[in-house]
Design a protein around this ligand. Structure first.
Ligand code: NAD
Length: 252
């Protein structure tokens, strides 16, 4: 019988061993991207009263296939127990540890326009390990405005406040033309992770991680799939399979 093994936990991370240089397994990017999905599913399962969960059950709850899930979790050294599955609490702890969510990370938001207001007003980040601690804008008319208990400050204060508040992650929600300058200020203030909503590529030093969110790109990818599905059902001559079926029915 295979035993549940948790290879990377706060107590036994490889980095805790003498001589080890890194506390982290070398995880594929795609695995890292799925870990938050597993975590969300595990929290829901835990809140529903589940103590253990099979790989199939967790895969279904996370919307991935179970072979992929087992492979992902094996990268963390977690194999579950045959016939029992994964211990929900342990797996939550392990994923949170690997994602660094056992430490709450301070986030600042730059650009309090339409998008920035929506992000600043969303209260769901805190329960997932992030606290927005400061808001910045360049528009004097917005400086001083209160959103969810935070006062919008002038962008010129960012450097000082980022250091004071120990800001780890900066979110950019300014127009694209301002984003690079904002990124430069964040980097100068020691911020090494940036989430960029502006539709542009940022130039940053190698030690800074940038993630980009672009809903238009997601829609364009869905548009490709719509296009592909339509072309799969299309027949030579430009007729769709459905239309051809109708014509045949009429002719028969
Ligand atoms: N990723 C996505 O899916 C997505 C969706 C919507 C919008 N966006 C992008 O997000 C950004 C914001 O969109 P929006 O609709 O909220 O725009 P907006 O014009 O309503 O707001 C932009 C805000 O940035 C501020 N700003 C401008 N220059 C600044 C600077 N140098 N420093 C600090 N603040 C500055 C402005 O004063 C304004 O408050 C845009 O780049 C837009 O293209 C992305």
């Amino acid at each position: 019988m295979s035993q549940q093994r948790h290879g990377v936990t706060p107590g036994n991370a490889p980095g805790d061993r003498a001589g080890a240089v890194s506390a982290f397994p070398d995880l594929p990017e795609a695995t890292i991207a799925r870990l938050p999905e597993y975590l969300r599913a595990l929290h829901n399962l835990g809140e529903g009263g589940a103590d253990t969960i099979s790989s199939e059950g967790l895969a279904a709850a996370a919307g991935v296939n179970s072979a992929k899930l087992r492979k992902d979790l094996s990268h963390l050294g977690s194999y579950g127990t045959r016939g029992v599955g994964y211990d929900v609490t342990l797996l939550i702890e392990q994923i949170e540890y690997v994602l660094g969510l056992d430490q709450r990370r301070a986030v600042c938001l730059v650009g309090l326009g339409n998008l920035g207001h929506a992000l600043a007003g969303y209260d769901g980040f805190a329960s997932r390990g992030f606290k927005i601690v400061a808001l910045f804008d360049a528009d004097e008319a917005k400086v001083g405005e209160q959103i969810q208990g935070l006062v919008v400050r002038h962008i010129e204060e960012l450097g000082r406040v980022a250091v004071e508040e120990n800001i780890a992650i900066g979110v950019i929600a300014t127009p694209a033309r301002a984003a690079q300058a904002v990124a430069d200020v964040l980097v100068d203030a020691g911020v090494t992770s940036i989430l960029n909503f502006a539709p542009c590529v940022l130039s940053v030093p190698a030690n800074v991680d940038v993630r980009k969110v672009d809903l238009a790109i997601e829609l364009q990818i869905l548009s490709f799939h719509e296009h592909r599905k339509a072309s799969l059902t299309a027949l030579p001559g430009g007729r769709s399979a459905a239309a051809a079926g109708n014509q045949e029915a009429v002719g028969s």
